[in-house]
Write a protein that binds this ligand. Structure first.
Ligand code: NIG
Ligand code: FE
Length: 414
């Protein structure tokens, strides 16, 4: 049995919440910590932790890792990304600075359709290699669980290509990966002015293949003004439900447009974005099993309003935060920066933001029984930082690369 003992932990943070799988409202303000601690990992799982003065003696069967006074936290759980894509879109970044909006760029045939063209040209192996570069970057930045969406294929063949690449990432990295089918990300050019026919194709052709081949855990729709309507969303979600794919949807990014309502009605695991959400939707979420997820990196990069994260927590809701790593609206998967933005722009306290990016992120992927906190029996995904004065320093030092070593399934990622 492989055993690792991490000693001299200055601050062990994110210790389990008595089996809670999701934190709501005031609970989010509590981040359980221990000063001067040790941690034991066996066969890829946390098995023990405690004060350094009670540290078990090591023997020949134990590998000792010295944290040198640094902090140990559970890995980030990034519940919303699009890391499988081809190329980049810095030209649109410049166009936006010059004054074009995200919606205008999309209307002119750029945006998601631009990425779909590039992905169509690229072979599966090359697509995998490009995505893996981003995957190893996010692992180094402390991410341990990630959701990855399709949605740059927009035809059956290319959507399947993306989903196979996600499956390959699942199989070849120590990262915990869940996959989401997002055929309804945009209407491809071929179906311009024939949106209903594209929805027919998603329902009749794509979903049955994706479902039968079990290529996706979840189903998503970009339910927003200029993209898909709540009625179209409902049709797609119902078709996905027949194959056991629970919804996680893009809602209220560009306008308050019915996404939260249709998500809650279809028992979505999460509704994501919410930059334009209104009070009635906050109230609606209170009586639901759906976890709201804010993507503050997108608001930052697109220079748009932020989701009302503070308000949601004050109203007693749970909140997750995720990166939305994608080529158009936020080309970054740096979860530490997302935690900083959550504090600076959504007025979350550091403990709330860290809980939103760990346990609640895991919850928004259906993974919080196994990931998201330092709890005996959970998978040992964690990172070690340089010595830091307090937990508040993590979002405060908003560009300092304090994360020094990352461990997935108990193994160091080098
Ligand atoms: O979550 N809003 C829709 N989809 C992505 C952006 C996709 C893109 O621009 O390539 C998002 O922001
Ligand atoms: Fe997204």
């Amino acid at each position: 049995m492989k055993r690792r003992l991490i000693i001299n932990i200055g601050l062990l943070a994110g210790i389990g919440h008595d089996g809670r799988i999701c934190l709501k409202g005031k609970e989010m303000g509590a981040l359980h910590t221990l000063l001067n601690a040790y941690l034991v990992v066996e066969d890829g799982h946390f098995t023990d932790y405690g004060k350094m003065e009670d540290c078990p003696l090591s023997d020949d069967n134990v590998e000792v890792i010295d944290a040198k006074g640094g902090a140990v936290l559970p890995s980030w759980c990034d519940s919303h990304t699009h890391v499988v894509y081809a190329g980049s879109r810095e030209q649109e970044f410049v166009d936006k600075i010059r004054g074009l909006s995200y919606a205008e760029i999309a209307r002119r045939g750029g945006g998601i359709l631009n990425s779909a063209d590039r992905l169509h040209e690229l072979g599966e192996d090359e697509l995998y290699l490009q995505a893996m570069k981003r995957v190893s970057e996010i692992i180094r930045k402390g991410t341990g669980c990630v959701e990855i969406k399709s949605g740059y294929g927009l035809n059956t063949e290319d959507e399947l290509k993306m989903l196979r690449v996600i499956r390959r990432i699942k199989a070849t990295t120590p990262l915990k990966v869940v996959s989401t089918f997002l055929g309804a990300h945009a209407v491809p050019r071929f179906y311009k002015d024939r949106q209903e026919e594209y929805v027919d194709m998603i329902v009749n052709d794509m979903i049955p293949v994706v479902g039968t081949e079990k290529l996706a855990d979840f189903i998503d729709v970009f339910c927003d003004t200029g993209f898909f309507t709540p009625e179209e969303t409902a049709r797609i979600l119902e078709a996905g439900a027949a194959y056991g794919m629970q919804p996680k949807i893009h809602a209220d990014e560009l306008a308050s447009s019915g996404g939260v309502e249709v998500g809650v009605e279809h028992n979505a695991l999460s509704v994501d974005h919410l930059e334009s959400m209104v009070e009635a939707e906050i109230q609606l979420l209170k009586d639901s099993h759906t976890i709201p997820t804010a993507l503050p990196g997108t608001s930052f990069f697109l220079n748009m309003p932020f989701a009302p994260g503070r308000r949601m927590i004050d109203e007693g809701l749970p909140l997750a935060v995720a990166s939305d790593y994608n080529p158009g609206s936020t080309p970054s998967g740096d979860m530490k920066f997302i935690v900083s933005l959550s504090c600076i722009k959504m007025r979350l306290l550091p403990a709330e933001a860290i809980n939103a990016a760990t346990l609640n992120g895991a919850c928004a992927m259906g993974l919080s029984r196994e990931y998201g906190t330092i709890t005996r029996g959970k998978v040992a995904n964690f990172f070690i930082t340089e010595p830091i004065p307090s937990i508040d320093y993590i979002p405060y030092a908003y560009t300092t690369p304090i994360i020094q070593r990352t461990f997935l399934q108990g193994e160091e990622y080098v």
